[in-house]
Structure formats: structure tokens, C-alpha cells
Design a protein around this ligand. Sequence first.
Ligand SMILES: [Zn+2]
Length: 250
Amino acid sequence: MQLDYRVKIHRLISLIHQAGKVLALTGAGISTESGIPDFRSRNGGLWVRFDPAEIASVQALKRDPATFYRFHLPWWQTCLKAAPNVGHKALAQLEKAGWLLGVITQNIDGLHQAAGSQRVWEVHGHLRNCHCLGCGQIYELKQLYQSFFCTQCGNLLRPQVVLFGDPMPPDYFTAEKVLSGCQLLLIIGSSMQVQPVANLPALARQVVIVNREATPWDDYAELVFHESAGQVLKDLVAGLQGKTGPYFFA
Ligand SMILES: [Zn+2]
């Protein structure tokens, strides 16, 4: 049965009131409202046209850096130019107000921090910098727009994002620890298709899903919103602040 949207928002507010430890797990869907395309969306997602293991792997980078960077640099540029939207800002507000412990994110765009979130675990890395595969020298990511090679030793530069074939970064293992004892996990804008992150909800006692498309966790969730992440989070913040936004009079 599809519950009325307003009833679901009220239930979500009650769940948060009752829960001791609340975390969010975000994916590309929260950033599409900032103009960053979702690689895995059904309509025209890049992964539909390219095999991710081929185009976003360490092997692909080493084998053919020019092709690798020709594919990735334009959309990283889109990420770097993007601004946080109402969904990112709502999560930052929830943390500041003490309702949310922090955000585990699959996104590399840095928009949670840009919105003011303090505790962010980036389980797929980030775009703040890149480093040399030879000497380890760290550069700002924009260096890649000048050259793919280290000015110190001439070896190949790579981004601090997790590529296929990479081990998971320390933030992933911290996220696993942080999820221990988590009462409520808000899954926002993720279709939960990518391992090992797709298994993380099993560590929380309850999950609520806000995602436009169905996820493998929908049947397990207390509540499922197939709506805009920004709208749901905005209404959640308004509800927790005791304000009944215009929606509630509709
Ligand atoms: Zn180097």
C-alpha cells in the first residue's frame, strides 16, 4: 500500500525522535539536483554505454591515461563547479541540530562539506587532490588539467577516487564502525547497487529509503520515498523544527 506522503513524513519524524543514533548514506541521487549526472541512472547513464570495469579501473588508467582522463575530466569538472542543493543543506542542518550523527557518502563531489556537514565519510574517495603513482607527491586535482604526469618524477598521476580494482579507503572501514549500534540509517539517492557499500544497511537496525528508483533494500525498509531527495529532506527538517511547511496544508 502506498502511504500518503504527509503520513510518511510524520512517520519519519517519529522514527528520528525515537532513534538514538541516526546516520545518512548518500549516493548520486542527492547530487543530481545540483546538476551532476547520475552515472547509473536508467536513462542515459554513462554506465549504460560503457563498462565501468573497463573505463573506471586502475588498469584502464595505467593502460591508456589519455583515454581515461578524456572520459573522466569533464564530469569531474562538473562536480567541482557544482553547488550544494537543498538536500545537502538539510543534512547539514540535521547534523547541526543534533538529529544526525553524520553522512556516509558514495559521492566524490564534496558537496556535503560545501553545505556545512562536519562528519562526512567518503567511501568512494574525493576530488580534492591527486597523487603520483611513482613518488607519492600530492597535487590539487586541477593539476590533471595541466598534465597527467608528475612534475617531480614524471610518473603518472591518479585521483584520490576509488577506482575498480582499488582497495576500499580508510573512510569505508570507519563508516562500518560508525554504523555499529546505528538505530536508523537514511539511505538517500542511492540505488544500492555498488558493492561493498550495498551491504552497509545490514549494520543498521532500521532503514528509510529516499530514492527515485527501487532499491534491493526497499522491502526491508521502514519507509520508502520514491521522491526527490531535496523535497523529502526539506520537509523533514521543517517537520523536526515544528514548522508545518506549505506542503502540509495542501
Ligand atoms: Zn612523482
